[in-house]
Design a protein around this ligand. Structure first.
Ligand code: 13P
Ligand code: SF4
Length: 346
């Protein structure tokens, strides 16, 4: 849990001063901190008054993570935090599918989504109708969906996975026929990892991609390696197979941070959204970044102003609404993930 303090412009500046990502577009001057500190303090007051908690994905802007966030992490960690919270209102500063996950697991709480562009190219790439059709073509396959899917799609699948547990869960599933959706590149990485582990499975996959991660290119990676031979390359499994195979570490956003925390190297090339680079600059000031990162427009559409709005005057589109039959189907799917995580560990 992040510790929330009442910020002065100076203490906020001290917290955020090391951040310089997206070619300097995301940077915090003393003047900017003086402008946003009152709004941050106002949101923190509102949270207490309304018994609300703010969950923030690591890709969201740093003033939100460090200013008003109660929990920050990857989609797996945040799904666990959503269950543990005893707040009446969950504000999920991320994208809609993550807010839906919180609502699926907390039917009695209000879940509010402040992001104005709340989509995700992966979650938007497949519908429940398409899953039903695929199931008729692959009737004996276990349908494994990435958490980056809508509640309706989850309700049609057998097991949910996140980037932090996809390999261990698929290895643990009893069936050797797997249909993985919607991420094509993660599906290909999954095939390679099962091969590396000596696990024989027939893995079919769908054709979706993340528009941020698919852009990373192995040739650019190799050029950076020549220029900075000491740097460790850290990538996300939504990147293509060439990139992942040429990385020093591949994992979920939280696992990437853990790797950097433990790794002795001082320089890193981060092949993921810029939010993680900002976290590295804030939390590990003795380590530095090489190369550049890219932005997810959906995650970055969360703002301090939109968070204040959902706490004071939420509009119908800010609420997560899932019909009860779909919610129950999706809950089963997510609970199967918790079941297989525990089984994989035992
Ligand atoms: P993580 O669960 O690794 O944070 O990934 C979520 C995501 O959307 C990555 O693009
Ligand atoms: Fe979706 Fe990609 Fe944005 Fe993650 S980075 S939320 S997968 S569009």
């Amino acid at each position: 849990m992040l510790t929330i303090t009442k910020y002065t412009p100076d203490s906020l500046y001290e917290k955020l001063k090391n951040i310089k990502v997206a070619s300097g577009a995301c940077q915090f001057s003393r003047k900017k901190c003086a402008e946003i500190a009152p709004l941050i303090n106002e949101i923190n007051e509102l949270k207490t008054q309304k018994n609300a908690v703010i969950l923030v994905h690591s890709y969201v802007s740093p003033e939100i993570i460090y200013g008003v966030g109660d929990f920050v992490g990857d989609s797996y960690k945040l799904s666990k935090n959503a269950v543990e919270s005893d707040a009446d209102i969950i504000v999920f500063a991320a994208v809609r599918f993550m807010g839906e996950t919180a609502q699926i697991l907390n039917p009695d709480k209000k879940v509010l989504i402040p992001g104005e562009l709340d989509g995700c190219t992966l979650a938007d790439s497949i519908t429940a109708e398409q899953v039903k059709r695929l199931r008729s073509y692959y009737p004996t396959h276990t349908f494994v969906c990435y958490i980056n899917t809508t509640a309706e799609v989850k309700a049609e699948c057998d097991v949910c996975v996140t980037s932090s547990n996809v390999y261990d869960i698929v290895e643990t599933i009893e069936n050797d026929k797997i249909y993985f959706l919607p991420d094509k590149l993660m599906g290909q990485n999954l095939q390679n990892e099962m091969h590396r582990r000596g696990v024989k499975k027939d893995i079919q996959y769908y054709g979706g991609t993340c528009y941020v991660h698919e852009e990373y290119d192995v040739e650019d990676l190799q050029k950076i390696r020549l220029e900075y031979p000491e740097a460790k390359v850290v990538s996300h499994p939504e990147c293509n197979t060439d990139v992942c195979e040429n990385s020093d570490y591949v994992g979920s956003t939280e696992q990437m941070l853990d790797y950097m925390r433990k790794e002795e190297a001082k320089q890193f090339l981060m092949l993921t959204e810029c939010g993680l680079s900002a976290r590295l600059q804030t939390e590990f000031p003795d380590k530095s970044l090489v190369g550049s990162c890219t932005l997810c427009k959906y995650m970055k559409s969360n703002t301090l102003e939109s968070i204040k709005q959902v706490l004071t005057d939420p509009q119908p589109h800010h609420y997560v609404n899932i019909d009860e039959a779909t919610r129950q189907g999706a809950q089963k799917n997510i609970e199967m993930m918790f079941h297989y995580v525990a089984k994989a560990k035992s």
